[in-house]
Design a binder for this molecule. Structure first.
Ligand code: IPD
Ligand code: CA
Ligand code: CA
Length: 268
């Protein structure tokens, strides 16, 4: 497993070189709507990773953002977001995550998230802790009041806009400040590394959080959906992630804003 982990890290680092060497013209296209963009690099990086990762573990299935799922019923499944933070990538904002999770029977076993611009390599194996560039990382003990709160806008779901901003406003009032990084995988890693205390988003896909959720858990954090239920990796769901000191506070704040469960939009 250790050798496989290192080989996954090497593949992700190589994928980072593809991202960094992108042309000025990134071949931007709209996907589901005006705010949902994709570039030719999203698919190029996914193709590269699919080939490399499946050569490391040929019996695994593959779930990636940019293509049809491939044998996701198998015991081992790679869950991949080739470029998390595509809008940042297009705009030249250096907050982009290449995210590779490896699940076994629906449970995350390995996670790797790499920002090719800052060269931050976040890694975790279940039971072995979390690391940034090989150094152990852990969450802070700060309560919400002394915390930075990350959030995402679930921008592809306009029906979630009012709820997202209502919760973000409450968090702004209840913590030191809010941040919207634009890459869910890195939101999770930033909490894991103690750069902030919590993160929420009303709807995400498994490839956004597969790797980051394990990295945060291995760093001592708690990761659930916004009702406190365990995450699923076969379906989209909401996200409430935090250090242990503020996770319940985050859930209470979210419930206080009227969130009653993912049927409100996140999981439909
Ligand atoms: C998006 C980013 C963003 C989050 C969205 C995701 P993408 O992923 O993680 O921060 O708010 O919900 O879909 O489309 O850039 O891979
Ligand atoms: Ca994503
Ligand atoms: Ca993506």
């Amino acid at each position: 497993m250790e050798q496989l982990h290192q080989s996954i890290i090497d593949a992700v680092r190589e994928a980072g070189a593809i991202v960094r060497s992108a042309d000025e013209d990134k071949g931007v296209k709209e996907k589901s709507g005006h705010q949902d963009l994709v570039t030719r690099y999203d698919s190029a990086v996914q193709r590269f990773l699919e080939e490399r990762l499946l050569s490391l573990l040929p019996e695994a299935g593959f779930l990636g953002e940019e293509d049809a799922p491939n044998h996701t019923e198998r015991e081992w499944v790679f869950i991949v977001d080739p470029i998390d933070g595509t809008t940042n990538f297009i705009k030249g904002i250096p907050i982009v995550g290449i995210s590779v999770g490896l699940a076994r029977n629906g449970q995350m076993e390995q996670g790797v998230v790499y920002n090719p611009y800052t060269d931050d390599m976040f890694t975790a194996r279940r039971g072995h802790g979390a690391f940034c560039n090989g150094k152990p990382i852990s969450v802070t003990n700060n309560p919400l009041a002394d915390g930075i709160s990350f959030f995402g806008t679930s921008l592809y779901y306009p029906e979630l806009e009012d709820r997202s901003f209502a919760i973000a406003k409450k968090l702004f009032e209840s913590s030191l400040d809010v941040r919207r990084l634009g890459a869910a995988s890195l939101d999770l890693c930033y909490v894991a590394a103690g750069r902030g205390e919590c993160y929420f988003e009303c709807s995400l896909f498994p490839w956004d959080y597969a790797a980051g959720s394990l990295i945060l858990e291995e760093a001592g954090g708690i990761v659930t959906d916004m009702t406190g239920a365990p995450l699923r990796f076969d379906h989209r769901c909401s996200m409430a992630a935090a250090n242990t000191a503020s996770h319940q506070q985050l859930l209470d704040l979210i419930a206080g804003c009227g969130w009653r469960g993912d049927k409100m939009g996140a999981g439909s």
